[in-house]
Design a protein. Sequence first.
Lengths: 329, 539
Amino acid sequence: MYRLFAPVPPPATFVACSGCDVCALSCPVWQQTHDLRLTPKGRALALQGGAAATEIVESLAACVMCGSCVPACPEQIDLVSMTLSLRADLAAAGVSPLSPLAASFAPPGEHSSPANVHLKTVLLAEDRLLASPSLLAAATLRLGGPAHVVVAADSGRDVSARMEAGLTVPQARLERFLDGLRGALRVVTTEGFISRFVRKWLPGTPVRTLGEACLALPETRRALRPTDLYVVEARGYNADRERLVAVYDALRHETGCDISLDLQRLAIPTAAKALNTRLGIGPVKSAEQVRWILEGRHPRRIVVENLEDGEAFRRERGVEVVHVATLGA
Amino acid sequence: MLFNPASSRTTGATAVRDGGAPPPVEPPPRGVIPPDPVSADSLFGVPRQQTNPSRWSGENWGAFAAALRADGVELREDRATKSAFVTDAGGLSLGAPHGVVIARSAAKVAAVLRAAQRFRVPVTTRGGGLTTEGETVAFGGLALDMTGMSRVKRVDREAMTARVEAGIFWHSLAEVLRRQGLDYISAPLNFTSSVGGTLAVGGIDVNACKWGCSADQCVAMEVVTPTGDVVECSESRNPQLFERVLLGYGQFGVVTEATLRIRPYTPCRMHYLFYDDLRACIGDLQEVVNSDATDYSGILTMKDRANNLLFAFDSDDRERAFFDKVRPRLRGLTETQFALRTAAFYALRPWQLPEALWLYRRKKLLLPEFERPEHLRDGKLLDRTVVFSRAVWRHWGNRTMVIPDLSTNAAKFADAVLEGNRVMRKYFKAYTLYCVAIRLFGKRDRYELSCMPPDAEGWGYGCEFEPMFKAGEFSRDYLQSFKNAIYDVGLRYGGSYYRFGGAMKGYIRRMFGDELVDRHLAMKRAADPAMILNPDVVF
Ligand SMILES: Cc1cc2nc3c(=O)[nH]c(=O)nc-3n(C[C@H](O)[C@H](O)[C@H](O)COP(=O)(O)OP(=O)(O)OC[C@H]3O[C@@H](n4cnc5c(N)ncnc54)[C@H](O)[C@@H]3O)c2cc1C
Ligand code: SF4
Ligand code: SF4
């Protein structure tokens, strides 16, 4: 029969995996290991074969949560959620290699009461940005100036780390974190892993990356040159790829700069921020990701949206690295 | 012998001979079913069955596994790993290997094949696993996963070639080449097929009218023979092995590296003409192909009501020349003309409204995929393979798919496709036909017993019959009888098939005749004494 009115299908799970391998093409774990067991396909098919999470610990620990497999998957399986829920199974079984590090991130003190963010931009800044007053000031300026911007005292780093490791976040802690964001005009993040969830938790609030917010300003775009390599913060981009692909395509058009996207227009991660790379476990090496992003490219300058990414490039190459918030200042 | 032993980098064949006769096969005790692990049971207490019987029931596996490990080969026998190999893209043939080896080097592949000869353990080579007839499903034995060898070894801009490990996905090769302003020449419209798997079956792109199949872009290969010799081959070096391995369905060796022709990257401008008459559309495809004036051409249909002739050019000059000289001879309509004509057709046949609405919905769904702005610049398609491959997987891909096909010479093609189309209409409400021309370069040995129609001159023509799997659920038997019906059409027209092995191998002797098949079988026996490499695919 022809289906005149197609029913809305339920969200796809690992059961829908056709084994097409498309998720592997952009996966840094695949790129560095050429071992399909360690890709979303490997996990999905292992589950289809009846394996439990505890039988694929190596695969689960390898993922750097860059999110590029999600927009790639033709069956539209939310592969990040799939991996996280399997990590949760590992944590519940007490065999998650990531749990100890994640659990070590302390939440901010109870006494810190949230600022009034009503109709303001809230900046969820990464630690490195918070530690750099001049750059933080530049970012605040780019977002509309101190009168319009609140830098969140509670950046949710512990929430993010626990989520990434598959640990549960106590409801009270989550509520406290979200209280600092509720009512905001928009939330701007410098690290995209948490933005994926904030978008779900606060459906009416626009969640943007710092990069996108800066690029909305003509002076930032004018400061970009065709000899620049613009390094997108991969987790934030891939989590909102359907919308952001047009933004960065326009950027490339307008400025001629090169962008750290692959041929599928997925952002290539440095993986510098991932829990497992920071712990030194798992096969993905940031240095190798940097090498791959730079292969065949000869930029005079590298522009980053995320300071950890900047650090990774600085370590590997002697090229000038600048943060997007400093452009056009 | 297919190659000169002096050119082998290992002494594999000797090792087998020195090893003497293979160890005796230990039959299982009477009444005992030997271990034949398939995938995990799908229903509690109900063992999952292999859908193709294995002719080998586990003899010598333990000794084989021990020999591999002693040779430093990493062998995996855990359930999670094996689960990824229980089927291929077709999803209909189910089986499971006893173990999996991820290929990491020619030397390790050679060690695997030497041990396999010695212990008579079947080895199934797998690249992307995009076969649909179970050709890459191991019904017991060892699955050799070639994707572990996925590096680009070098790009030679002078010679315009790239040397790659054979497990690499075409898309991964493109990612490397495009950074240097280069591109591969042709590959399946499916970015997760591997170079090795493609050279083994042919590889048809929409530019096959100009360049021939992907296997014809290969200038040299490193091959591990079934007896474990590592041999470099090309048209001038061990040419017999070269010709047998290309389009050889993995029977005569495992390709571990390949040198491929490459070209400067060019975006291309796609054009579409529309037809409500399939025969007219095929006629115009042949007109376009014979004119040699386009760089890409093919037909994609929505059932047989909306038939799309697509063509494209690598240069503006060729595009202009085509529109001056060839376009006036074509009968195709523009999109607007076609929409008006189709509306009039259905207005007179209101009882066919559901079909009309389906066509409309399909077009609304598909067209944006082909026109995604991030892949277009100034009206030119930047990443043709990404665009096509994504659309193919998203709209045609499924956990279960069969894509029967046929190929014939130019004269028989339209009749064969129209007959195949009648089969499609009988079996499916929603489907697509995909037709292309494939340039042939004389009578090359590699074309023998392959998808290339034996009586074709200049160009062979192929048509894939693709049901819309997301539009319904079909049983295995239903799909098998559909495939048989299409293959019977192929038999009547005496051409060939792209997917003739595995579950469809019953057609091989009927299509090619005993004399040819027996000749190839004799070559196979000589090259692979224990008949361990990709058994049950062709022979
Ligand atoms: C959705 C879909 C779309 C497709 N579109 C196209 C298309 O446009 N054009 C086209 O030509 N085909 C197409 N195909 C078919 C498929 O892409 C081709 O068969 C493809 O080239 C196979 O590549 P692979 O790496 O998946 O090979 P596999 O399926 O892994 O292997 C194919 C054969 O080669 C053997 N083999 C694999 N690797 C090696 C090696 N290294 N050395 C020796 N033998 C080896 C295997 O044993 C097997 O017999 C499509 C298939 C699907 C499922
Ligand atoms: S892209 Fe999706 S459907 Fe394809 S193999 Fe990966 S998870 Fe499975
Ligand atoms: S999130 Fe990134 S690292 Fe993890 S599986 Fe997906 S692509 Fe690979």
